[in-house]
Design a protein around this ligand. Sequence first.
Ligand code: PEP
Ligand code: MG
Length: 585
Amino acid sequence: MLKLQGFAVSPGVTIGEALVLGTEGFRIPRRFVERSAVDTELARLQAAVAETTREVERNRDAIRSELGDQYAAIFDAHLAMLHDERLQQELTSAVRDRNWWPEYAVSRTLRRYAKAFQNLDNHIAQRAHDIYDIEKSLLRNLLGQRRETLAAISQPVVVLAHNLTPSETANLDRRFVKGFATELGGPGSHTAIVAEGLEIPAVVGIGPFLADVSGGEPVILDGNQGLIILQPDEETIAQYRQELEAARTVAAELDLIRDLPAETTDGVRIQITGNIEFPDEAEHCIARGCDGIGLYRTEFLYLRSRREPSEDDHFAAYGAVVRAMNGKPVVIRTLDLGADKMLTESRPEEDRNPCLGLRSIRLSLRQLPVFRTQLRAILRASALGDVRVMFPLISTIIELRQARMVLADVMEDLLEHGIAFNPKMPVGMMVETPAAALMLDALVKEVDFVSVGTNDLIQYTLAVDRGNKDVAELYNACDPAVLRLLRSSLDVANAAGVPANVCGQMSGSVMYTQLLLGLGLRHMSVPASAIPEVKQVVRSVSVAECRLVAEKALTMDGAREVKAYLRDQFNRRLARAVAGGDAAR
Ligand code: PEP
Ligand code: MG
């Protein structure tokens, strides 16, 4: 049994069969061959070895004529490894004696070799990459046209991958993908956010572990603790089955407060809206008793489709959400493409710092036809219900004014053509940059509402990439710098009478509920799965006590201290709520 720690990014526990995707996305299930087919399969293996040999020789010869013998020697080393007698014997024996499928034999055996190199604590460890190269080449030749991809999954699995992009995650088939774990990725990445939206338990940023697991093996994925357990023993499996049972009971209890208002013990009504990426998530929010949609991340329309969505595609998606909400508000955020939400075709060659580059509203303002198409669809949807539009990543007042100008222009166009829309559609902006937070007193005069995007606000305040596991320790909502920006943003918006909400992941974590209420927040927008729990906490605290928690947290000068304090406060509240049974009061 091997327990590995990563970042818990989407809650839930799942026990299932591993589907291992290598860096090239190969899928290698643990499969066995019939005894009668052993010779045919061995011949297939030998053919793949021969083809790989030819490929390596071709590369060697090309490099030799370009760069000389010294560089060509790298490929001679590959050939020597590939034809190593011991390796060849092991592969043959795996197929002949253990009846392993050749792909599985190659993957298992070569990964064991690579692991032996990786364990060496010196420069030789790099040779593991050469072995992975040989593995990939053999697999490519073995699988040929039969190479399987994420899109072809047709049975329940736990996907284990080097990395998954937000768009790959967006395309996962929820019916079959029961969880996923990746070697790369940080807690604030959009891959993490999409997993939570799709309610697929996930752990990211585990570091190298794919060499330790093969497809078809049982694994436990614990999205609550951020753990992945390979080759679990019976006792651990039984323990997790019990945990799954307990989680079902808690969910049933939380369901009891579904139709009760999110109101504190001192009678303050809090709005709890849902964050969605896809139209069908609106139903999940309704099922959990939401007060509307506080953040619709529309860029996922692009990331799930192979072609540029038309105005009607946009309109169909927005219309579905507005109808599902049946009069409740829907905040549609305009495209927030760029950074880690990239359309591969449009990745700028020289964009080496994409989080600081042409992303989000900056991109929309550069690609006006795309922006206008989306705004037309949003305006058309505004005739169907309570639609509000929101601009992401505003960092200067000029950007806000430009975006508003484009909106006004599109409105005029619709008016001219007699197309229905709400001319008073509320317009809001996200506070995701320290610049916006610092200039908010000026910005609030030009919007109807603001929404603090703590995911990006943390990233830009602390200068730490939200998707990079190596700096994930620094990515911390408890950092006093973040808390001060949050406090001032809420103070400024509240003083101006402009409704404010927080729609970053921080809002969906119950550890922060007391702090946020104490800072003056009265509207939280959270992933659908977090709605019941956040509501339960809201219903068990008073604003007066939350103020004390926030005041105290703001006197602290370190993130660690703040975190320990908030955790302690939360545990006390939880203990009291459970003892008093006041959740469903
Ligand atoms: C945020 O930055 O907090 C936010 C809600 O937007 P996104 O996570 O889509 O960047
Ligand atoms: Mg953001």
